[in-house]
Design a protein around this ligand. Structure first.
Ligand code: MTE
Ligand code: HPA
Ligand code: MOS
Length: 772
């Protein structure tokens, strides 16, 4: 097709985020920017000051008497059900009535004329606690006989015992992998405006408006149709707003209905960090058997996770850890078990990768163990174990890997990054350099795309074409900075062949598309792009039929060209045809729908095809470590990542770079630390260190695999991009490990837990001293 025959910048082209200018000029509207109607009240949470206790009594009189306080909400004020568990397990009260189960657990909410008044008054409660023993991490919890918070998963294939017998080498070890705070720029916030009868509208910052709607209805004891939830955009979610907004929406809505006044709740950063869930940290036991060539024969893995006091999404998160404990490698015999442990900590939740990264880290650690045990380059061990042809293509969950492109991807990155040559140079450098040691690692990622809760893989959209030819686009996905709205609008612009600017991107609202899934599992554009395309195609079909009838040509002679429509030999401007269609009473609005085909999953059997396809990527990082202090920096990172045929390369590159940095932060400097009382001491940016701009790799090359096309019929043959590149950060971790190992002449695989903070790196070096 000639250039002038397709609209420019629609799909497969760079286009800046539709709100980019608004973001950087401060004009993008977030929930807290919505003008507050007269009479708006403000809520703040009062929280537990102990980790585990029976509540003997709560005296709220000082709170109620404080200046500006209008009311205090407790469990008694909940007209419906006191539960906001996202999986219907009924283990997550809005406010507890009998006991508190973690330090910082919300117990009541102060409603006041100002936020400051509410916040000050929230400190004044007198609670009589009967202290109970607490368990903070999965090991303590196991020792204390705590239950698993949800059913564990087992994945099994082949015969681990037999595999081990035939293998000359075996390594058994344990690793801990830390959690992570989401550190979105915009924290949690909900703003409820009461309506007539039972109605309430809640503006908030959630990845899952439908669930917030259903939860609010549930706690108010009203039907879902009385509640509307709106999200224009989030200032970041990263999984932290998949389920955690339910509490804030519930509090704002209960108060708004009780007082018939608008109510807003916005915790400060410390409360956001202590009262809402984070990435699950894991204690992983692995037992790997392998042959002299480094080929894995059998793997047994136990994945214990700190889930917190309630189940939240811990079931699917720990499931996904097992689904990714193979990463890119074929395990001929395998047995993997999850241990989702209840603990007296905040209930952990979704975070970019959703448990997958914890599984992948374990796989990569096993590879490193093998490499050091055999004195091989870890990249050779990786290659020896990649999924391959028939017989070496079955995952531990019995899905076939049919779209493997790792050989090509890794080959190209190895070449472009000059991995082999640089590794030799680094080994030579380390021989000479006494204090500064370097390391390099090239690690792959394979990530399964689809919600493992199969019913979540559906989406809806609503498109209106107004009679002036302008287009209103709505879909069930939410915008959190990832560029979903831009991509979906590009798909619609391409379908109608109109300028992108003609399309109005609108807020997500439960009024337009019902029963949506969370914007999560990286599936936002896969699902909503398809649903929007479905709606656009319905309207296009009606316009085509209308034009063919009116101008007496066949439908095949109607063609949508840029901003115009060819009808036979005539070309009509798009808006003119729309106006004519309207006058002829053609329906110019459509609801679209999509559900992912082919997938199925039998959890009890541990078998099925949970993923529609896989996204792949690889990264190569070089670090230098100061062996006197443990401090380090990333000298260079090269990335080659697979997004299929990119819907928007510049946005995808942004996702890849951002995810890499976030993944690197998780494994290096971001450390969550609870004291013995169960108090989170890393509760603000002052004590919790995310990567800064100055921490990025000194040389940072990111490329998309231009040649990759999704074999499956996804939206324009693209692939999901949101989460997979998070795991590219693992190359930094393994490069640090190599730098540490150099201090003992690479003879021992360093015992390095994540995050590899400078202290941990230093301790690992000290441990190795004399072992070379
Ligand atoms: N990018 C930005 N800028 N902000 C975010 O909050 N969340 C990530 C990823 N990229 C996030 C982001 C997570 S956890 C997911 S699941 C996906 O975006 C969700 O969006 P998508 O499905 O549209 O890619
Ligand atoms: N990923 C992200 N969020 C989810 C999933 C998943 O697989 N399942 C339920 N919520
Ligand atoms: Mo992303 S953790 O699936 O919101």
């Amino acid at each position: 097709m000639k250039d002038h025959q397709t609209i420019s910048g629609a799909v497969h082209h760079d286009r800046q985020h539709d709100s980019a200018i608004k973001h950087v000029t401060g004009r993008a509207e977030y929930t807290d920017d919505i003008a507050e109607p007269y009479g708006t009240l403000h809520a703040y949470l009062g929280v537990s000051t102990v980790a585990h206790a029976n509540i003997r009594s709560i005296d709220l009189s000082a709170v109620r008497a404080a200046r500006g306080v209008v009311d205090v909400l407790t469990a008694d004020d909940i007209p419906g059900v006191n539960d906001i568990s996202p999986t219907g397990k009924h283990d997550e009260p809005v406010f507890p009535t009998e006991k508190v189960e973690f330090h910082g657990q919300p117990m009541f909410a102060v409603i006041a004329e100002t936020r400051d008044a509410a916040r000050r008054a929230a400190e004044l409660a007198e609670v009589d606690y009967e202290l109970l023993p607490h368990a903070l991490d999965p090991v303590q919890a196991q020792e204390a006989g705590y239950p698993m918070i949800t059913d564990p998963l087992k994945l099994e294939r082949g015969d681990v015992e037999a595999g081990r017998k035939g293998a000359p080498h075996r390594i058994q070890a344990q690793m801990t992998v830390g959690g992570q705070d989401h550190m979105y720029l915009e924290g949690h916030i909900a703003f409820a405006i009461p309506g007539e009868d039972e109605d309430v509208t809640v503006h908030c910052s959630t990845q899952h408006p439908s669930e917030a709607q259903h939860m609010v209805a549930h706690v108010l004891g009203v039907a879902n149709n009385a509640v509307t939830v709106n999200v224009r955009r989030m200032g970041g979610g990263f999984g932290g707003k998949e389920s955690q907004m339910n509490l804030f929406c519930a509090v704002a809505a209960i108060a708004a209905k009780k007082h018939n006044r608008p109510v807003k709740i916005r915790p400060d950063r410390d409360q956001d960090m202590t009262a809402t869930g984070k990435r699950h940290d894991f204690v992983i036991d692995y037992d790997v058997a392998f042959d002299d060539a480094g080929r894995i024969q059998a793997v047994e893995g136990g994945f214990a996770a700190r889930c917190g006091y309630s189940s939240d999404l811990s079931g699917p998160v720990t499931d996904r850890a097992l689904f990714h404990a193979d990463n890119a490698y074929f395990y001929p015999n395998v047995l993997l078990k999850s241990r989702p442990m209840k603990t007296n900590t905040v209930s952990n939740t979704a975070f970019r990768g959703f448990g997958g990264p914890q599984g992948v880290v374990a796989a990569e650690r096993m590879i490193e163990e093998i490499a050091y045990a055999l004195g091989k380059d870890p990249l050779d061990v990786r290659k020896a174990n990649f999924y391959g042809e028939d017989g070496r293509d079955l995952t531990p969950y019995h899905q076939k890997v049919e779209d493997n492109i790792l050989d090509r991807l890794i080959g190209e990155l190895e070449e472009n990054a000059k991995y082999r040559k640089r590794r030799e140079e680094i080994i030579a450098f380390n021989k000479e350099s006494k204090i500064i040691k370097k390391g390099i690692a090239l690690t792959p990622v394979k990530f399964g795309i689809s919600f493992t809760a199969t019913w979540y893989n559906q989406a809806g959209s609503l498109i209106h074409v107004y009679n002036d030819g302008s287009i209103h686009l709505n879909h069930g996905g939410t915008e959190m900075g990832q560029g979903l709205n831009t991509k979906v609008a590009q798909v619609v612009a391409d379908a109608f062949q109109v300028d992108f600017e003609r399309i109005k991107i609108t807020k997500t609202t439960t009024e337009k598309v019902p029963n949506t899934s969370a914007t999560a599992a990286s599936s936002g554009s896969d699902l909503n792009g398809m649903a929007a395309l479905d709606a656009a195609e319905q309207i296009i079909a009606r316009l085509t039929k209308f034009a063919a009838e009116k101008y007496e040509v066949s439908e095949a002679e109607v063609e949508f060209l840029p901003n115009r429509v060819r009808v036979g030999s005539e070309e009509i401007p798009f808006d003119t045809l729309v106006k004519e269609a309207y006058m002829a009473r053609v329906h110019l609005s459509a609801a679209g729908f999509y559900k992912t085909p082919e997938i199925h999953w039998d959890r009890a059997a541990g078998k099925g095809q949970p993923f529609f396809y896989y996204a792949y990527g690889a990264s190569c990082s070089e670090v230098s470590v100061d062996t006197l202090t443990g401090e380090y920096r990333v000298e260079r990172t090269d990335i080659l990542h697979d997004v299929g045929r990119s819907l928007n390369p510049v946005l995808d590159k942004g996702q890849v770079e951002g995810a890499f940095i976030q993944g690197m932060g998780w494994l290096t400097t971001e450390e969550l630390w609870w004291d013995g009382e169960g108090r989170l001491r890393t509760h603000a940016p002052s004590t919790y260190k995310i990567p800064l701009a100055s921490d990025r790799p000194r040389i940072f090359n990111t490329q998309l695999a231009q040649w990759s096309v999704n074999k499956k019929r996804t939206i324009k043959r693209s692939k999901a991009v949101g989460e997979p590149p998070f795991m590219l950060g693992i190359s930094v971790f393994e490069a640090l490990s190599m730098a540490v190992a150099s201090t003992a002449d690479y003879k021992v695989c360093p015992r390095l837990d994540a995050p590899a903070t400078p202290e941990r790196v230093l301790m690992a070096i000290e441990t190795l001293k004399g072992q070379g």
